[in-house]
Design a protein around this ligand. Sequence first.
Ligand SMILES: Nc1ncnc2c1ncn2[C@@H]1O[C@H](COP(=O)(O)OP(=O)(O)OP(=O)(O)O)[C@@H](O)[C@H]1O
Ligand SMILES: [Mg+2]
Length: 388
Amino acid sequence: MKTKKGIICKVVKSGNRYNAFAADGTKHTHDITTGARKRALAAGMALERRVNKSGQRYWWKVPMSEYEATEKSSAPQITAKPEVEVPTGHAETMEFIQKSYSLKPRDLVIGELKWKYLIRSAVRGKNIMMTGPAGCGKTLAAKSLVNALDRPNFYFNMGATQDPRATLIGNVHFEKSKGTYFSESLFVKAIQTPNAVILLDELTRAHPDAWNILMTVLDQGQRYLRLDEQDGQATINVAPGVCFVSTANIGNEYTATRQLDKALLDRFVIIEMDTLSDEQEHGLLQYMFPSVESEMLKKVSSIAFLTRSESKADNPRIASGISTRTSVEIAGLLFDGFTIQEAADITIYPQYDNDGGADSERTFVKQIVQKFMDDGSSDDLFDVEDKN
Ligand SMILES: Nc1ncnc2c1ncn2[C@@H]1O[C@H](COP(=O)(O)OP(=O)(O)OP(=O)(O)O)[C@@H](O)[C@H]1O
Ligand SMILES: [Mg+2]
């Protein structure tokens, strides 16, 4: 006997998945068994959620006209997905890549070849891993790529993820009225969005469980997410054209970074961000803070550059150089009326160890800054005595 009227779903096949949607676009795939969804699709029928006498829910095949009746009264419809333009033919794609440097935002400094390689990798659906030291523009480049492509995009900060399963798969909830149900994560939605660009920021700092979950998703031969590790059936395929862009701090001084699993790393095309030359950095600071005296900004970029060169020397007296992030921070302080000395006190010195007094990293960096305070030249820089 028929009981209370419930939700009515239509089954839509995408790839080898059978998804069930209500007319308002809500997805009910996970509430319905795969067999029921397949049978409904094969019969050209819709599925209605009903409750039996003992209060249990079940899905019952109903004529498609019943679904269509609900469709008229509800919006938006599932077919109304935004269309994204992606070049398809080879000639078109090639031209798009070759001209793509014009898509690079002005506030990102990256060489033309690297940028084009980034665009090319994204257009070709490669998984991209941006590497380089802290504050060199990895996240900025990844975000700029996402903006430039005008595709649906999603951002996940993997470094901040406490519970990888909840972030990447979803949560099981319990409510008295509904019983136990599964609410899928934004990531599940993201990977099912055709042509989406999915940013996985700070992947190297993610929990190893996250890497395990991502292993099949990122594998070009697999491209699926397993929803439930106990149940071998429940998987979601990655939609066509989806591209993953991740950032890492591999091979630098960043200690919080875990060594990324080799197998996971193998699934990526690596794009190494270059650290900026002093001219490039000066140009960036001038562009960002046009009202700050150019000479002052030149000092900032020179100080940063000298620290970077020193850190790469054979017997470096400092382990790492000042990042572009810090240079931008200093320029911002100058813009707000601080002196270079003050800005250095606040932003630079705390990054360097004070142990060892006159031989400490901090003393060395202070000498560099001091030199630029005196006369702005860097001659005989490393011979000066520490005046402090
Ligand atoms: N190549 C660059 N071009 C332009 N700005 C840059 C560049 N590198 C760094 N910056 C400046 O530094 C800031 C920090 O950059 P970003 O967040 O991209 O660094 P990151 O490499 O992701 O660092 P982390 O390893 O700490 O995550 C940017 O907001 C920008 O102002
Ligand atoms: Mg970053």
